[in-house]
Design a binder for this molecule. Structure first.
Ligand SMILES: C[S@@+](CC[C@H](N)C(=O)[O-])C[C@H]1O[C@@H](n2cnc3c(N)ncnc32)[C@H](O)[C@@H]1O
Length: 400
C-alpha cells in the first residue's frame, strides 16, 4: 500500500530534479520495495526505525535533494536499520553508537560490503571442501552451531544452572543456549587471536551471534528483567544465521563513541539523529548483549546482573540535559542537513526543538501518526497516555 502523500511528494521531487542537472538520487528507482522493511532481520530494539524507513526516506530525500556522492551520518545507530537502508540507497554511510553490541552489528552490516570469504578458516574446518566465498559463511556458521556447550560467563551468570543456589538466580537463557553461546563466543575470540579470521570476519560472526542470542532470550523484550518461566521462543536452540550483506562500492565508516564530540570532527552531508527519547538508558536495557559483545567478565550486580555503565549514560535520557545536548550537536555539526527523529512522547517538546532548529537555518517538521502496538502496552508494565504516537522528523538545512 502506498504511504499517504507519496504521489504529490514524488511529483514535487521529480520536478525539482528536472531543474537541476547534477546526478541525484531517484526516488522512484531507489524506493524500498514493499515488504522490505518487514523482512529486515534485526534485534528487537526500543526505538528501532525498522518500520519507519519509508517515512524517513521519503522526507529526507524530498527535503535535501541529495546527490549520489553524498554521505549519511547515523550518529545514534542502534541496530543500524536506518544506516542499512541508506547504504542500500547508495549513500556513503558513517555509523556510530556508544554501545558495543551496536558497534558489532553496524560494523558488520555497514562496514562489510561483500560476503566474507573466511579463506583460512573455511579450509581449516572443511578438508574436503574449498568453499566458494558465498558458501564459506555456511561452513563456518555450521561449525559453530554444532559446538559442544561450555560453562563460561554467560552460563555462570545469566542461566539458572549457573546461578541457582547463589544470591541471584537468573534465567535470561536456557542452560543449553547459555553454554552454546559461551562456546561460540570463546571460539570466535580464539580464531581472532590465532589470526585465522580478519576483522570483517570477526564482526560478521559477532553480529550473527548477537542476533541469534536475542532471538532466544527469555525476556519480555528488553534485558531489564528475565521471565520466571521459559517462554516458547527461548526454548528453541540458539542458531547462528548468515547475515544479509549489502553490496556497495563506497567506503563506509563505523564508530563506537559518544556522538556529540564525534559529530564535531566528522564532516558529512546529512546528519541523522535518532537519540533516546525518554529516561530509559539503552545500557541498562541491553546489558546482556553488551557483555556478550565485549565478553570482558564484568562485575555484575543485583537481581538483573547489571554491569557498570557510568561511561555510557546518555544526556538525552535527562529532561534537564536533552535540549542542550541537541543544540551542541546541531551547532557544531559539520553537515549541510540535520534530521532528527523523535516522537510525541519524548522529553523534549516539539516547540522547543523547532525553535532551536530555526536558530540554525531553515527548519520544518514532518510527521506521521501511528497506532501503538499491543506489545507496547505490556512492555515493562508501562502504561502510555495515548493509543497513538506521532512520529516526528525535524528537518534542518543549516545556514552556511
Ligand atoms: C532510538 S535508539 C536508535 C535506534 C536506531 N535508529 C535503530 O533503528 O535501531 C538510540 C541509540 O542511541 C544510542 N546512544 C545513546 N546515547 C548516545 C551517545 N551519547 N552517543 C552515541 N550513541 C548514543 C543508544 O545506544 C541507542 O542505540
Amino acid at each position: 500500500m502506498k504511504p499517504p502523500g507519496t504521489t504529490s511528494l514524488t511529483r514535487r521531487y521529480s520536478a525539482r530534479q528536472g531543474l537541476d542537472q547534477r546526478p541525484r538520487f531517484s526516488r522512484r528507482r531507489r524506493l524500498a520495495k514493499p515488504g522490505r522493511e518487514r523482512r529486515l532481520r534485526i534485534v528487537n530494539y526500543i526505538g528501532s526505525k525498522r518500520s519507519r524507513l519509508s517515512f524517513l526516506e521519503r522526507h529526507i530525500l524530498e527535503f535535501s535533494s541529495p546527490e549520489t556522492s553524498w554521505s549519511f551520518f547515523d550518529v545514534f545507530a542502534g541496530t543500524g536499520a536506518v544506516g542499512r537502508h541508506f547504504k542500500r540507497l547508495g549513500f556513503r554511510v558513517i555509523s556510530n553508537d556508544i554501545q558495543r553490541y551496536s558497534y558489532c552489528l553496524n560494523r558488520a552490516y555497514i562496514g562489510i560490503s561483500q560476503a566474507p570469504a573466511f579463506g583460512n578458516l573455511a579450509r581449516t574446518l572443511s578438508t574436503s571442501l574449498d568453499p566458494a566465498p558465498d558458501e564459506a559463511a555456511d561452513v563456518v556458521l555450521g561449525y559453530l552451531n554444532q559446538l559442544s556447550g561450555v560453562g563460561g560467563f554467560v552460563y555462570r551468570h545469566y542461566c539458572l544452572g549457573g546461578t541457582l543456589g547463589g544470591p541471584f538466580p537468573r534465567q535470561y537463557f536456557t542452560d543449553e543456549n547459555g553454554k552454546l553461546c559461551d562456546a561460540i563466543r570463546l571460539q570466535i575470540e580464539q580464531w581472532r587471536q590465532d589470526d585465522l579470521i580478519s576483522d570483517d570476519e570477526y564482526f560478521y560472526l559477532l553480529a550473527s551471534l548477537i542476533e541469534a542470542v536475542d532471538k532466544v532470550a527469555n525476556t519480555a523484550s528488553v534485558y531489564g528483567a528475565f521471565l520466571k518461566r521459559v517462554k516458547p521462543s527461548a526454548r528453541k536452540s540458539l542458531k547462528l544465521e548468515k547475515l544479509e550483506i549489502i553490496p556497495s562500492q563506497k567506503t563506509h565508516q563505523v564508530y563506537q563513541q559518544d556522538g556529540n564530540p564525534l559529530a564535531r570532527s566528522v564532516a558529512c552531508d546529512i546528519l541523522y539523529l535518532d537519540p533516546p527519547y525518554n529516561q530509559r538508558q539503552y545500557a541498562t536495557n541491553y546489558h546482556v548483549l553488551e557483555t556478550i559483545a565485549r565478553y570482558d567478565s564484568p562485575a555484575l550486580r543485583g537481581v538483573t546482573g547489571l554491569r557498570d555503565y557510568a561511561h555510557q549514560k546518555s544526556d538525552f535520557c535527562y529532561k534537564s540535559k536533552a535540549l542542550k545536548s541537541l543544540e551542541d550537536l546541531i551547532q557544531n555539526a559539520k553537515a549541510r542537513y540535520v534530521f532528527l527523529s523523535y516522537n510525541s512522547e519524548g522529553l523534549m517538546s516539539e516547540q522547543d526543538v523547532i525553535s532551536l532548529m530555526k536558530r540554525y537555518g531553515k527548519a520544518e517538521l514532518r510527521q506521521e501518526a501511528h497506532r501503538r502496538f499491543r506489545a507496547d502496552l505490556n512492555r515493562e508494565n508501562r502504561r502510555y497516555r495515548a493509543d497513538q504516537v506521532i512520529e516526528y522528523l525535524f528537518c534542518l538545512e543549516k545556514l552556511a
